[in-house]
Write a new protein. Structure first.
Length: 66
């Protein structure tokens, strides 16, 4: 995988290290980013399931009341 160097504020990196419990700044930032991306994928999957469920409900014929 290609590597990219990014400058980040030292206080942000220290906070990231504290939150993750990781002593290496590179690993801490990478862990946070991977978690953020996975959370986004989980959210997309939940929304897709919800939308699919709504389509199924709307696709059923309605009973005529009367």
């Amino acid at each position: 995988m290609a590597k990219v160097n990014v400058s980040v504020d030292a206080e942000l990196v220290v906070e990231t290290m504290v939150l993750t419990g990781v002593g290496n700044p590179q690993d801490a930032v990478e862990l946070i980013l991977r978690d953020y991306i996975q959370r986004g994928h989980r959210t997309e999957a939940r929304l897709a399931q919800r939308d699919e469920g709504l389509r199924e409900v709307n696709a059923k014929p309605r009973d005529v009341e009367g």
